[in-house]
Design a protein around this ligand. Structure first.
Ligand code: CTP
Length: 403
């Protein structure tokens, strides 16, 4: 179950929960499986188990969080985050979830997580009401949306005497999450992947435009997942409220025309193009250069629109053989049937069908219920975090490119 940990550098960060004692067994197993394990303990964690225990098991000095970090030490721990193949925070208290969700950098654990570009696995453990609290759940969602792998707590008797969700996940589950995290590491190494994301906006005049509800979250998650899998990623994005993912070349565009031009410019170098952008189907025929005035328009306003170029069609026509092209189909009806038609009509390799009628799935949400539609058939996935959908899509892509 832990075949991928051999030879890898694993940072194991422990925070102040009674469940710290369970990490003795995890650390032991990781070391036995051939990993180098660097333990970092919060002060709270050391109240439950001594650093010496972990030091003896891992054959390495344990880093203990004692004081607010000075700059010099912070630099040292940036290095630890950079060196890690995976960073594991377990058990993670409600407090540490909040700190990680907000990107704090004033202690060893938070700085290591912030500085790393390796996968991060977080296994929360806390009292049931704290786990179920909206604040904690919002923090978990925020972390997940950024690609952090959350190992959900188990349900059972807790140290407080209550019974409910909040118990640290069984170490087998944490171990397999670590193994999975290491598995994705290099499946797209050496590949060039172009991802489009977000809406396009089509100008009516200098202040008004026509657009759609795309948040860009899916495309950004795909860009991050492809990066994590070792690809060289170019993200071509319409306007969104999201921060550009680290380690990804990002080109902001506005209109469908701009997007088409930017994608075609990247196409000759691309091994795969993933069209997650919600490109506006129509644009105003006229682009007025001066702001339209109400008194000139009168009581009604008509905007005549014309069809935008079909970017997917242009890509498929211009691609070199072997370039994998993935389309997206958002539907409020039968998404998979529409996706199958699109796969055939546009000669694509894969279509991701998304049911946007379900309010938990689709525009603006952090989760999606999608199906992968290809010549191999239809693979329906359950409702998953967008980061997880992105990882599975990257797996599919790696499979295709490997063929
Ligand atoms: N797309 C494109 N060029 C456009 C419009 C869309 O390349 N001008 C791409 C999108 O990036 C996405 C897919 O095509 O990958 C969506 O296809 P489309 O048929 O436009 O889907 P819907 O908008 O869902 O379909 P419709 O509006 O026809 O219901």
């Amino acid at each position: 179950m832990m075949e991928r940990v051999r030879g890898r550098f694993i940072v194991l960060a422990l925070t102040g929960s009674i469940a710290v004692y369970k990490m003795i067994e995890l650390a032991r197993r990781l070391v036995q499986a051939g990993a180098t394990v660097q333990v970092v303990m919060s002060k709270g964690a050391t109240e439950f188990v001594t650093p010496l225990t972990f030091q003896a098991l891992t054959y390495r000095p344990v880093e203990v969080e004692m004081f607010a970090m000075q700059d010099e030490r912070a630099a040292g721990h940036v290095a630890m985050g950079r060196q890690a193949d995976v960073v594991v925070v377990a058990p993670a208290t409600a407090h540490v979830l909040a700190r990680l969700a907000h990107g704090f950098s004033d202690d060893l654990i938070a700085t290591t997580v912030l500085a790393t570009s390796a996968p991060v696995v977080v296994a929360p453990a806390m009292e049931t009401h704290m786990w179920l609290n909206d604040a904690t759940q919002a923090n978990v969602r925020a972390l997940r949306a950024r690609g952090v792998r959350i190992v959900e707590p188990d349900t059972g008797p807790l140290a407080s005497g209550e019974v409910g969700p909040g118990r640290l996940a069984a170490i087998e589950r944490i171990a397999s999450a670590i193994d999975d995290a290491l598995a994705v590491s290099q499946t797209l190494a050496g590949r060039r992947v172009v991802v489009t994301a977000g809406p396009t906006i089509e100008a009516i005049d200098p202040v008004r435009f026509v657009s759609n509800r795309s948040s860009g979250k899916m495309g950004y998650a795909i860009a991050a997942a492809a990066r994590d899998a070792g690809a060289e990623v170019t993200l071509i994005t319409g306007p969104t409220a999201l921060a550009a993912p680290a380690g990804v070349r990002t080109f902001p565009v506005e209109s469908a025309d701009d997007m088409k031009e930017a994608v075609l410019a990247q196409l000759p170098r691309a091994d795969a193009v993933i069209m997650a952008a919600a490109i506006a189907d129509y644009r105003p025929i006229e682009r007025v250069t001066k702001k339209l005035k109400k008194k000139e328009l009168g009581r009604e306003m008509t905007v005549r629109m014309t069809e935008n170029p079909d970017v997917l069609k242009a890509i498929v026509a211009a691609r070199r053989p072997g370039t994998v092209v993935v389309g997206f189909k958002a539907e409020t009806g039968d998404a998979t049937a529409e996706a199958s038609r699109m796969l055939r009509d546009k000669n694509l390799d894969l279509v991701v069908a998304n049911d946007v009628a379900d309010p938990r799935s689709g525009f603006g949400s952090d989760e999606d219920r999608v199906a992968f539609v290809s010549a191999d058939g239809i693979e329906q996935l359950p409702l998953l975090a967008k980061s997880e959908v992105a990882r599975r899509l990257v797996d599919k892509l790696a499979e295709r490119l490997g063929q």
